[in-house]
Design a protein around this ligand. Sequence first.
Ligand SMILES: Cc1cc2nc3c(=O)[nH]c(=O)nc-3n(C[C@H](O)[C@H](O)[C@H](O)COP(=O)(O)OP(=O)(O)OC[C@H]3O[C@@H](n4cnc5c(N)ncnc54)[C@H](O)[C@@H]3O)c2cc1C
Length: 381
Amino acid sequence: MLTGIAEAEEFREYIARWVDERFIPVAEEIDVAGEFPRELAKELGELGYIGTMYPESAGGSGLDNPNLCFAILNEELARGSVGFAAWICMQGSTATHTIYEWGNDHLRKNYFEPALKGDKICAFAITEPNAGSDAASLRTKAVKVDGGWVINGSKVFTSNGTVSDFITVVASTDLSLGAKALELFIVDKEFEGFSVSRKLDKMSVRSSDTAALSFDEMFVPDNHMLSSETGNGFRNAYRSLTVDRIFTAALAVGNARAAYDAARQYAQEREQFGQPIGRFQAIEHRLVDMYANVETAAMHTYHAAKLADQGEDITIEAALAKLVASEKGREVCHDAVTIYGGWGLMNEYPVQRYLRDSYFPMVGGGTPEIMRKIIARKAAR
Ligand SMILES: Cc1cc2nc3c(=O)[nH]c(=O)nc-3n(C[C@H](O)[C@H](O)[C@H](O)COP(=O)(O)OP(=O)(O)OC[C@H]3O[C@@H](n4cnc5c(N)ncnc54)[C@H](O)[C@@H]3O)c2cc1C
């Protein structure tokens, strides 16, 4: 649990109190409803948490260790619910990072700043029905016209998709050029031609809104294009998605911690054969393995976050953190359900939700196979 950095430990104390008092009591209800809790998002904006990653000059928190603190924010929120935590992962990082890095004053004032306050909700859309792991093969097309661009295409699995006020959309200016022709556009939900095709129902992270989007002859003005026309849009998107993997790893850590805490308590309370089941060595060892997995996941995550704070290249470490944390996290959740016996399958205990939610950090931001593909550049060649 310790990070050895005083700022991050103090940061954790505050957000952990909010999670325990305000969030955990309603987490189950939010999951069952399958609705994004906008009022809680607004509250976190008012408390200043959405701006954890950014300097004070941009309206952010001005922390010395922004990546580590943002990882802790994601972890602590995920102790309550990965679904809601997945929202801040997007809102406080990928979907705002693009404007912070490559946006003009108009975009910063009208989109970035309201997003940090929780007044506007945002999303990042690269995945398409036929372009997932191979994101660069996307088919959404942007054609230059007088004063802007006309975009046609569709996106799928967009987190915050139905509740977003604006979306960073990745589109191609020349389908024959692949990744080289990808650019980023800020799409306002009020733009003509933009529509939500459907809200997707899912078994995991139910309180995270997920949608399919459609763009039909949608005009996007020139000042809503993020990158230059030289074709560095994919590099920019890749940079945002790379750092985001640390925070997705943190979601897995928080979820696994919640599962471990619940199983440990249950093992002390549940009696069979005249004693608490936690006194049987088989259960004790399972709990030790769970603890080891949680700490391993946390250490990889904090290590990658600290490297990001030092300005190091984190391509490998972020992928490693996400791979280890998501796979270990899923094991921990599986063990928790096992320790609960029959009650582990019942909806009245949260361990079934922890197991369902443990699948999201494995897929969001790239699957384990894709993480291994990235890490292989260092570890297997
Ligand atoms: C709940 C949820 C929220 C999401 N939020 C967003 C979002 O906000 N924005 C966004 O743009 N996207 C989002 N995604 C999309 C996510 O990033 C993709 O689902 C993911 O990258 C995998 O793409 P795919 O689902 O098309 O699977 P595919 O790419 O079709 O993969 C299917 C299987 O093939 C394997 N595979 C593919 N290529 C290889 C390879 N080269 N080597 C070995 N195995 C391979 C995969 O690992 C996987 O097991 C979200 C997804 C989910 C489920």
